[in-house]
Unconditional design. Structure first.
Ligand SMILES: Cc1cc2nc3c(=O)[nH]c(=O)nc-3n(C[C@H](O)[C@H](O)[C@H](O)COP(=O)(O)OP(=O)(O)OC[C@H]3O[C@@H](n4cnc5c(N)ncnc54)[C@H](O)[C@@H]3O)c2cc1C
Length: 438
């Protein structure tokens, strides 16, 4: 095990997607499980913090290394170990890039559904640690629904292994589930076993152009109730559409306030039937149907480009990923917009609306104290309204360091105390990401 102390390497591993900057003492690139065990022993002896890292695409500062820390990168442990076509499982090392795994599986007729928009840079280990979702979660669920086995090193430097190729299990506490969403605080996942599915036979993608944001929220409710094979249901508000316009002329009429991306998948016959049902449900709403796979890809590229292209609106952003019950979605979308107007700060909403999960982005011209103070008050109101509507602070990004202060809005003290007790069992010396979640 080698600790890289070169300044240019440390600089690269000082950030995540928030743009916040940390200062690690070094970086370890694990190549095998023994490197991880050794890193933990070293950290325990020298009282250092270990920051596990996959692709570094996290949005909550969880991989931004604090002082006295060492980044432990899993990026070199990126093998696809085994694709078991008989039992429909894939076994991988944690550093495999999600998009690469998906492409390999799809090339032989299989499908790993969790599809975060960062899929070409994020890793399965990072996805497990954040319980990542994506557009297709609306039909197929999130990472949690596919993790059937985990191999990890705990904060004690001990191995935790629970990995069986079974689809059901009811044997004691489900510790695998505890790892999912634990943001690197319990152990370092180095291998895992994931369920895979047969690739759906057919897909269709429809764009619906809505004249009101509220109406778009309500339509989502109706689509979820009425259209069986809905495999993705995304929303883009008008500001996010303008931000990505430069990638492709979308030719959207001025009066449009929101676009819905509706994907239906399944058997060809069923997809055709459901498409007709969708057209009926949407009535007078203007729709565009992707005519080819190429057109579908272009639309998804535009959707994935929203986050990076928000720079077109303002150079800085505070990016939240609240989730509300579907029945409150329309109200939430309008509330966030009005809050932005109240503070005179642009608020952009887009994302996995079919799960009630909205990426609410508060856009800032600069990070000067006065503007940041107002923006933080606005974020506080966004979270408070989300909780009032029965929602949660995060649907997929996690709490990290950026949302810690808002945690009491949603989670009571007794629950946080239980979390702390759980962490102590896995990591008694408090060396694994002790600065995140609580
Ligand atoms: C443009 C863009 C779009 C995005 N879209 C989505 C989206 O649609 N859905 C979504 O869910 N997220 C999305 N994200 C957020 C991010 O990509 C996810 O949170 C992703 O799961 C992080 O994976 P990563 O490998 O980059 O993890 P990192 O950012 O490296 O780490 C994330 C967390 O996991 C921990 N961790 C990483 N690897 C391990 C490991 N092997 N063992 C233990 N802990 C580990 C880290 O310590 C940290 O707490 C997006 C991000 C960007 C930049």
């Amino acid at each position: 095990m080698k600790i890289e102390k070169n300044n240019s390497i440390k600089a690269v591993y000082s950030y995540d997607a928030t743009g916040l900057e940390g200062s690690p003492e070094g970086v370890i690139f694990a190549e095998k499980v023994e490197d991880i065990v050794e890193a933990i022993k070293h950290a325990t002896k020298d009282k250092k913090i270990i920051v596990p890292r996959g692709g570094g695409t996290g949005f909550v500062g969880a991989t931004v290394p604090p002082k006295n820390s060492i980044v432990l990168s899993l990026e070199k442990m990126d093998k696809i170990i085994d694709i078991d076509e008989k039992n429909l499982f894939v076994e991988v090392e944690a550093g495999v890039v999600t998009g690469k795994l998906q492409r390999v599986l799809e090339s032989i007729g299989y499908f790993y559904p969790p599809d975060p928009s960062s899929l070409d840079s994020c890793t399965i280990g990072g996805n497990i640690s954040t319980n990542a979702g994506g557009p297709r979660a609306v039909k197929y669920g999130v990472t949690k629904n596919y993790v059937c086995g985990i191999e990890a090193v705990t904060g004690k430097g001990e191995l935790y292994i629970d990995k069986r190729k079974v689809r059901k299990k009811s044997v004691g506490y489900n510790i695998n589930d505890l790892f999912v969403g634990s943001e690197g605080t319990l152990g370092i996942v180095y291998r895992c076993l994931l369920r895979i599915l047969k690739k759906p036979e057919s897909r269709t993608l429809v764009l619906a152009l809505l004249k009101s944001l509220y109406e778009a929220g309500k339509k989502i409710e109706e689509i979820l109730k009425g259209i069986q094979g809905t495999s993705a249901l995304e929303i883009m508000d008008i500001t996010s559409i303008s931000a990505v316009r430069k990638y492709r002329s979308l030719d959207i009429p001025q009066e449009v306030e929101a676009i819905l991306l509706i994907e239906i998948d399944g058997y060809e016959k069923t997809v055709k039937m459901e498409l007709e049902r969708l057209k009926k449900l949407l009535g007078d709403t203007e729709i565009r149907i992707a005519e080819s796979e190429e057109e579908e890809d272009k639309i998804w590229t535009i959707r994935r480009a929203i986050s990076p292209s928000l720079m077109e609106i303002a150079p800085k952003k505070i990016n939240e990923d609240v989730t509300v019950p579907i029945s409150k979605l329309a109200e939430a979308l309008v509330t966030y917009k009005k809050l932005g107007e109240k503070y005179g700060i642009p608020v952009v909403s887009f994302g996995h609306a079919g799960d009630g999960n909205i990426h609410v982005n508060v856009m800032l011209d600069d990070m000067k104290e006065k503007q940041v103070y107002r923006a933080e008050k606005l974020v506080f109101e966004i979270f408070s309204e989300t909780i009032r509507l029965g929602g949660v602070l995060s649907g997929e990004h996690g709490i990290g360091i950026t949302k810690k202060k808002y945690l009491p809005l949603q989670v009571d003290k007794n629950t946080v105390n239980l979390w702390k007790e759980v962490k102590k069992i896995f990591d008694p010396e408090n060396i694994l990401n002790p600065h995140v979640i609580f």
